[in-house]
Design a protein around this ligand. Structure first.
Ligand code: SF4
Length: 206
């Protein structure tokens, strides 16, 4: 089974979001609090796609509201992009985790889970029709652009994609968060900002 059995024909974001609450397209819903669907205006010209909701996103039901979301906010601000004008979503709409004591640790979704969730992402892409599309991190990159893309080799430039006129792959903000060395962290943040700005400038020119 995939989420295709649960995606309605409409491309109304409100109806899609509502329908996604009841998705049982893969087993990830079982341990999650709720579906975390994308957020942002339908007329957004820039769409950012992350991997999956984290612990705070799972509890609040909103994408990018946890620590990685705060890094993303800083990066958007530095790139001159207003978060309110961007559509933010994830390749997988339920939080995948394992328990360590009382903590819930992030688990990378499997290829089959990303595939099962793809119909929601496709519906969001059809609803938004973004001019600029940015995958945040390797999982989103593979979900959008195929298995051959790598953040290390493909960030910093525009990619050819039928999904949007301007497409790019950059670091996930959580990758910035994981770096403890100050200089490495600054460098990763600068790369994230540079990539977001590159696409935003292209979007503004169209
Ligand atoms: S992760 Fe995606 S496919 Fe799996 S249950 Fe959640 S919304 Fe459905």
């Amino acid at each position: 089974m995939t989420s295709a059995d649960f995606v309605p024909d409409t491309r109304s974001l409100r109806t899609l979001r509502q329908a996604a609450r009841d998705c049982r397209g893969c087993p990830l819903w079982e341990d999650a609090t709720q579906t975390v669907f994308g957020e942002g205006p339908r007329k957004a010209r820039l769409m950012l796609v992350g991997e999956q909701p984290g612990d705070e996103e799972d509890l609040e039901g909103e994408p990018f509201v946890g620590p990685a979301g705060r890094v993303l906010d800083d990066a958007l601000r530095a790139a001159g992009i207003s978060r309110g004008e961007v559509y933010l979503t994830n390749a997988v709409k339920h939080f995948k985790w394992r328990a360590r004591g009382r903590r819930r640790l992030h688990q990378t979704p499997r290829a089959g889970e990303i595939e099962a969730c793809r119909p929601w992402l496709e519906a969001e892409l059809e609803a938004i029709k973004p001019v600029g599309l940015v995958a945040l991190g390797a999982t989103a990159g593979r979900a959008l652009f195929g298995p051959g893309v790598r953040v290390g080799q493909d960030r910093g430039r525009l990619l050819e994609s039928p999904l949007a006129p301007l497409a790019a792959l950059t670091l996930h903000p959580s990758a910035v968060l994981r770096l403890h060395d100050h200089n490495e962290r600054e460098g990763a943040m600068a790369a994230l900002v540079e990539d977001l700005r590159m696409v935003a400038v292209g979007v503004a020119d169209r």
